[in-house]
Design a protein around this ligand. Structure first.
Ligand code: PMV
Length: 317
């Protein structure tokens, strides 16, 4: 019965937002993520561990509390609902511990969703394929956000650097040697659901904005070529171009632009990663040491992350 699960976070290198409208995207699982443990108990309970933020959910007692972990709560509740439908009721205690702050654009919501689903299946002694996990994880995101592509949940599930086509879901594993990437975290204005809804309404108001989505789709194909050739100059330049296209969709603000300007001498390029309006900005380093120095000197919160090949993984004790 006891099981431990690691679900990686993910960064989006190219194509977010356009992927919601059927375009391909390129994203990578990273070596930081969410850990979920489950063990037998006298009822079903979910709690967070290891952070000051706290979440407690005991469905049968109608108990639901979240302090500082509100963004995880909706995903945890929806994941448990989907898991119960798929594998029946179990009495178990789940603890969730995140190595990344929630709601920044590092796919922590997908990692919580897929991590809980995987742990639930393990504790229910049910077999589950990665394809099914990706599908159920996407269902959880759709329930919470209303609109969501299957990109994050697929990357968290399968791991690695992936080109993702959203409908029907198809993934291609890329072997590209990337240096450790820098993930800078800016306070985020709005949730993924709200920002995705704003982009949808912008596209509805202006027919010409559809050409921005098309341009992002074309850029993803070009970036794929640069990545597999190992041409980091080209990858970095296209990251910048992708960032300006995201700016046209109104999800890039001046904080991101000035961060990219300040760090440009030490990077090949960078961009918002995820829904935007702050959150994660991913930088492709040219000179990692200099980048460390400037980011620390300017007081930015950041992580250095590597691509994690394995997706969600479960161990039984
Ligand atoms: O900010 P995140 O990690 O939730 O990523 C959202 C990515 C979008 O393309 C903007 C939305 C989606 O569902 O793909």
């Amino acid at each position: 019965m006891p099981a431990r699960v690691f679900a990686p976070g993910a960064i989006k290198l190219f194509g977010e937002h356009a992927v919601v409208y059927g375009k391909p995207a390129i994203a990578a699982a990273i070596d930081r993520g969410v850990r979920v443990e489950c063990s037998a108990w006298d009822r079903l309970a979910i709690e967070t561990a290891g952070t000051p933020a706290r979440l407690v959910y005991i469905p049968d007692e109608g108990r639901l509390e979240a302090r500082g972990a509100e963004r995880f709560l909706a995903y945890a509740v929806a994941a448990i609902k989907v898991a119960r439908e798929a594998w029946g009721d179990i009495k178990a205690r789940f603890t969730i511990e995140s190595e990344l702050p929630p709601g920044i654009g590092a796919a922590t919501s997908a990692a919580v969703s897929v991590g809980i689903l995987r742990a639930y299946a393990a504790c229910a002694s049910a077999g589950v394929s990665k394809e099914e996990l990706a599908r159920l994880g996407h269902r959880v995101e759709l329930e919470v956000q209303g609109i969501a592509s299957p990109m994050d949940t697929a990357v968290v599930t399968f791991g690695g650097l992936l080109r993702v086509w959203p409908s029907p879901l198809r993934v291609e594993r890329l072997s590209a040697a990337l240096p450790p990437l820098y993930v800078v975290v800016l306070p985020r204005r709005g949730t993924t659901g709200e920002i995705v809804a704003d982009v949808k309404s912008l596209l509805a108001r202006h027919k010409s904005a559809a050409s921005v989505v098309d341009a992002i789709g074309a850029l993803v194909d070009e970036a794929h070529g640069c990545l597999v050739r190992g041409d980091l100059e080209c990858v970095g330049e296209l990251m910048e171009l992708n960032n300006w296209l995201l700016g046209a969709l109104k999800v890039v603000d001046s904080r991101v632009v000035s961060l990219l300007e300040l760090t440009r001498p030490f990077t090949y390029g960078g961009k918002v990663s995820g829904a935007g309006r702050g959150g994660v900005v991913v930088l492709l380093p040219r000179d990692g040491r200099a980048l460390d120095r400037i980011l620390s000197a300017l007081g930015y919160a950041y992580y250095r992350v590597s691509v994690a090949e394995g997706g969600v993984t479960a161990w039984s004790d």
